[in-house]
Design a protein around this ligand. Structure first.
Ligand SMILES: Nc1ncnc2c1ncn2[C@@H]1O[C@H](COP(=O)(O)OP(=O)(O)OP(=O)(O)O)[C@@H](O)[C@H]1O
Ligand SMILES: [Mg+2]
Length: 286
């Protein structure tokens, strides 16, 4: 792969309908150059997961995704032994001594590869997405450290497996808890925030075909002012995209107070937020 500059990363992402800001392109460029994972953090729906997916598309690599959740363990993240198959082998093999059998059943043939090991073992370079890493318990983070710093996995029975090719690794976090220092130290840090109205307009133009320019601009401005309110859940990019699609579907050509009142529920997901936004945006004389 190897991009020549952050600008080249930016151009590639844009060609796949992902509109990065300068920081996003720079960090992705550096991740590739320095062979370091990227820890992408920020509020919901600002394009963290989409960034990894789009990088896979523009580099022509396979995307290997580990979706994190509470209770995720080694057997689901790295590898596990195929116990059923091992048992069958033991039962069917009466001619050999135990040493031979135990050597046999802890070989590749009996290994079930999970996403992290799959990324290490892939003959072609991949994009590895470790999504929502803040959902696993802090102790489970330790499973990731060896991969993130050395791109390798140690399996006691088989030895150390080193990546044949360098994966491009993205971890995402919604910051529901602090991540360990050990994990952060191994990564380049990328904070993605809500886009400024200009970038949001560009995103809308890319993602909502047929949306008039002046509407895109109104949508982006309204989104900006709503995000300035003190709400339970600010509208994310996915929600502004939904809202723009809603306006298109309803053949609305101007956003006015009435339209806002009728469609705010597409942007906001709490009734208290909807009421608050309706009040602020319609009475304060925007
Ligand atoms: N920079 C961008 N350019 C184009 N589209 C974007 C961009 N950022 C976000 N989007 C759109 O917003 C949607 C939501 O983004 P994504 O799923 O990556 O959010 P996220 O940050 O991973 O959220 P969560 O924390 O909830 O998982 C994407 O599917 C995409 O349509
Ligand atoms: Mg996500």
């Amino acid at each position: 792969m190897h991009f020549d500059s952050p600008e080249a990363v930016s151009a590639a992402l844009k060609s796949a309908q992902y509109l990065p800001d300068a920081r996003i392109s720079q960090v992705v460029f550096l991740a590739d150059r320095l062979s370091k994972p990227v820890l992408v953090e920020g509020p919901a729906g600002v394009g963290k997961t989409e960034l990894a997916k789009t990088m896979a598309i523009v580099t022509g690599r396979d995307l290997i995704r580990l979706q994190c959740y509470e209770g995720l363990d080694e057997a689901k993240a790295l590898y596990e032994w195929n116990y059923k198959k091992q048992l069958l082998r033991i039962q069917s093999d009466v001619d050999h001594d135990w040493d031979t059998i135990s050597h046999d059943i802890f070989s590749e043939e009996f290994l079930l590869t999970r996403p992290l090991l799959a990324a290490i073992r892939s003959p072609d370079p991949v994009v590895l997405l470790i999504d929502e890493v803040d959902r696993v318990e802090i102790e489970t983070e330790a499973l990731l450290l060896e991969i993130l710093s050395d791109f390798q996995v140690s399996i006691p029975e088989l030895g150390t497996m080193v990546a044949a090719t360098q994966p491009l690794v993205f971890l995402t976090s919604n910051n529901t808890r602090e991540l360990s220092e050990a994990l952060k130290r191994r990564c380049l840090f990328l904070h993605i925030d809500y886009p400024d109205p200009e970038r949001e307009e560009e995103i809308l133009a890319a993602r909502v075909p047929g949306l008039a320019e002046h509407l895109a601009s109104q949508v982006a401005k309204v989104a900006r002012s709503i995000r300035g309110l003190d709400l339970k859940k600010a509208p994310s990019i996915s929600e502004t995209i939904d809202w723009a699609r809603t306006l298109l579907a309803l053949s609305i050509e101007q956003v006015d107070e009435e339209v806002l009142g009728d469609t705010l529920h597409v942007l906001l997901k709490y009734q208290t937020d909807i009421e608050k936004a309706a009040k602020e945006l319609t009475s304060s004389g925007r």
